[in-house]
Design a protein around this ligand. Structure first.
Ligand code: GLU
Length: 297
């Protein structure tokens, strides 16, 4: 009997030890005041900060794409928008407050800065390249991913397009207000350019034979290949630009930017970034990249 009792006592002690370890913070948990902390707890934010305001309101508007497979695309079955950008937004917002609801707002490339400046959205996570021209109007946290511009053609590559130079003299489609569009106009001035507001319209135009090539970030093109079929489109050549994706926020809100950057570092370290990547972009690649270092400019 006594042996059984001591066994039980041993078990009880073990359970208690496990419980204490699970509840208590580790020695390495330092509250910096701006850190996101454990997303399941209700965090305390500095008074008057954007995070405190959002927590108080219980809701946030987030701009994203609604037609970009892998990053932000509406699932017709559920009506919910899905993808890596959506996952990143959710991971950030859950650190502002676990009960904060996100209202996703469609923000095609050309309206992203305006949507932030006018307050239509409080944050944009939308395959949004960080660059100096945009930084004059808004600020960026991140980057949280690095893409590169590439070219998609009809499968079989009938016009033998291999790179940016080959776009001269061809009918090329990209999206208004995007960096790839600007790059084609500058570096392949002989291209006959068609612009739409979203990339699926470019893909439709190429499927119907109205354009010869579509150019934008490699991962967006891979999403289109997945969506339309590898027998319809293929991506050619290697990426020829660097497109670091940032989270757009209103200019000058350094506290909010620091909070998001801290949270990004947290999800890099705890594996949630990698899991989010695998669940989304992982559908088309086995290569799981390392998250890029955030730029606290
Ligand atoms: N990353 C590029 C940009 O921000 C192209 C993708 C997009 O248009 O969203 O302009």
């Amino acid at each position: 009997m006594s042996r059984i009792r001591s066994h039980r006592l041993g078990l009880l002690v073990l359970v208690l030890v496990v419980l204490v370890a699970a509840c208590g913070g580790g020695d390495d948990e330092v509250d910096t005041g701006t850190g996101a902390g454990d997303a399941t707890e209700v965090p305390e934010h500095p008074e008057g900060s954007t995070m405190a305001e959002i927590q108080e309101a219980g809701t946030i508007t987030v701009g994203t794409k609604f037609d970009q497979r892998l990053f932000g695309q509406t699932n017709p079955r559920t009506g919910e928008v899905e993808g890596f950008d959506v996952e990143i937004a959710k991971l950030i917002v859950e650190a502002i407050g676990p009960d904060v609801e996100i209202e996703f707002v469609e923000t095609p490339s050309a309206i992203r800065e305006t949507a932030i400046q006018e307050g239509t959205v409080q944050m944009v996570v939308a395959t949004y390249t960080i660059n100096d021209a945009r930084k004059e109007k808004i600020d960026f946290a991140g980057p949280y991913y690095v893409a590169g511009q590439d070219i998609m053609v009809p499968t079989g590559n009938p016009l033998d397009i291999g790179g940016l130079d080959d776009l001269n003299g061809k009918r090329v489609c990209s999206v208004s207000g995007s960096t790839p569009l600007q790059n084609v106009r500058t570096n392949a001035p002989g291209a006959e350019v068609t612009e739409f507001d979203v990339y699926t319209k470019c893909a439709d135009a190429m499927r119907d034979g109205r354009v010869d090539a579509v150019t934008t970030d490699n991962v967006i093109l891979l999403g289109l290949v997945e969506q339309y079929g590898a027998e319809v489109f293929e991506v050619v050549g290697d990426p020829f630009t660097t497109e670091p994706y940032g989270i757009g926020i209103p200019k000058g809100d350094d506290q909010f930017r620091t909070f998001i950057n801290d949270r990004l570092e947290e999800i890099y370290a705890n594996g949630e970034w990698t899991e989010a990547f695998k669940r989304t972009v992982g559908a088309v690649t086995d290569e799981i990249p390392e998250p890029p270092p955030v730029d606290r400019y």
